[in-house]
Design a protein around this ligand. Structure first.
Ligand code: NAD
Length: 433
């Protein structure tokens, strides 16, 4: 099949590369010329494990190409995916659909024959209807079906998630479009990955409901972690104790500094807006958003607390900046709030992240960026682990202590066992233990 992917970011590039690996002919389009130039030169514009190899293999096989020329890429395509960003709209938290509708209009201007337009971007309920209206108005001459096919991949494990998904959701009631989508996902269909055919509005809502539920699970265990600290219990044991119950499940029960990233914060807000517009409030998600927002700065206060009575003038080493390990994505990372609250209290921040520092430099003024954890810790009054990269799980703690002004560690990801660290002379605090 001939597939066009509009938007070559974290989702578009991974999806496009995986579709080409399934054997389809894929053209990835982006309006950011620097991204396309990098891809054409064999360089990845994002960090995602295994992506460079997957792209190289499929480019070499002649199945994957990159262009800024949307019109040429769209002509003759069997399926045109929209995978552009849907950030929070400034001011009100609604999903900003500018990029989706712009892409739709560009598609309308360029289609040459019957095709299927597939929204992979996360979009509020009813967006598919609007996309269809635009296409109908602009191209009444051509039969274009509009499908919702939300993406559930996780950054850092994106390729595995795309190729072995828990499920594929297809929102369309059009028989021809369903057939095209079955063909697009044929290799997974044969692997017996569950494919759910639902209505387009249902499909759009499934994506938001999934993210809101996961955000709720994280927020729930974070509040239980606070309660553990208050009553002298251990949140990791609580997580295990409840997670072994199949009805609950063990995933997303790790207490930490609150959820961040490019999806949960904006998608929970957008769901609240949809609910508000339809006068059908989702109070649980309202609470989740509120609790998570206050948690990020509370984690900053936790670090300040570890510095003693007068934090002003002290130095903290922040280890890990991205919202989770194995990505370079800094969007809405909890580290942003933690660093800001430290700086607001007059603390100097030194930081290291294995992949996120290029993006972080533009977002975190006045941070001293370092080449590794030990350089960051040099002369620091405390070190805090904000993102649980593997490299921070195996620190040489003696060496770390030897370069610090005082051996103080605030482990916001519960990476270490308290006894092990305290034995080495650290004043150690973590989350919910
Ligand atoms: P991204 O910002 O990394 O990529 C979007 C790309 O689209 C950018 O490179 C941008 O230049 C390009 N673009 C915008 N308008 C365009 C146009 N008219 N023509 C060509 N290119 C255009 O965003 P992302 O993280 O890949 O997210 C894309 C969508 O997928 C969002 O709706 C997001 O919510 C959803 N999603 C993201 C993830 C994730 O982990 N990042 C997971 C599931 C779903």
């Amino acid at each position: 099949m001939k597939i066009t992917m509009i938007g070559s970011g974290y989702v578009g590039l991974v999806s496009g590369a995986c579709f080409s690996d399934f054997g389809h002919d894929v053209v990835c389009v982006d309006k950011d010329a620097s991204k396309i130039e990098a891809l054409q030169a064999g360089r990845m514009p994002i960090y995602e494990p295994g992506l460079d190899q997957l792209v190289a293999t499929n480019v070499a096989a002649g199945r994957l190409t990159f262009t800024t020329d949307l019109a040429a890429a769209v002509a003759g395509a069997d399926a045109i995916f929209i995978a552009v960003g849907t950030p929070s709209r400034r001011g009100d938290g609604h999903a900003d659909l500018t990029y989706v509708f712009e892409a739709t209009k560009e598609i309308a201007a360029a289609v040459t024959g019957p095709t299927v337009v597939v929204t992979k971007s996360t979009v509020p309920v009813g967006t598919g209807d609007r996309v269809e209206e635009i296409l109908r108005e602009e191209r009444p001459d051509i039969d274009i079906a509009v499908v919702s096919n939300p993406e559930f991949l996780r950054e850092g494990a994106a390729i595995g998630d795309f190729k072995r998904p828990d499920r594929i959701v297809i929102g369309s009631e059009d028989a021809r479009a369903r057939e095209v989508m079955r063909e697009v996902y044929r290799p997974l269909y044969l692997n017996e990955s569950p494919i759910l055919f639902v209505s387009r509005r249902t499909s759009e809502l499934i994506k938001y409901a999934a993210n809101a539920f996961l955000a709720t699970k994280i927020t729930f265990i974070n509040e239980i972690a606070d309660l553990c600290e208050a009553v002298g219990a251990n949140v990791q044991d609580v997580s295990r104790g409840i997670g072994l119950d199949n009805r609950i499940g063990a995933k997303f029960l790790h207490a930490g500094p609150g959820y961040g990233g490019s999806c949960f914060p904006k998608d929970t807000l957008a769901l609240l807006k949809t609910a508000e517009d339809h006068e059908s409030p989702v109070h649980i998600v309202e609470a989740v958003v509120k609790v998570n927002d206050s948690r990020k700065r509370a984690m900053g206060r936790k670090v300040l607390h570890a510095l003693g009575d007068e934090p002003r003038g002290k130095t903290v080493a922040v280890l890990g900046l991205t919202f989770k390990p194995n990505t370079d994505d800094m969007r809405d990372a909890p580290s942003l709030a933690v660093v800001q609250s430290l700086q607001d209290a007059g603390v100097t921040v030194r930081a290291f992240d294995p992949e996120g520092m290029d993006a972080a430099k533009a977002m975190m003024p006045d941070v001293v960026f370092c080449k590794d954890a030990y350089e960051a810790a040099a002369g620091a009054d405390a070190v805090t682990i904000v993102t649980e990269w593997d490299t921070f799980r195996a620190l040489d703690l003696r060496r770390l202590a030897s370069v610090m002004t005082a051996p103080v560690m605030v482990d916001l990801r519960n990476v270490y066992r308290p006894d092990d660290v305290r034995k080495l002379g650290f004043a150690y605090s973590s989350v919910g233990r």
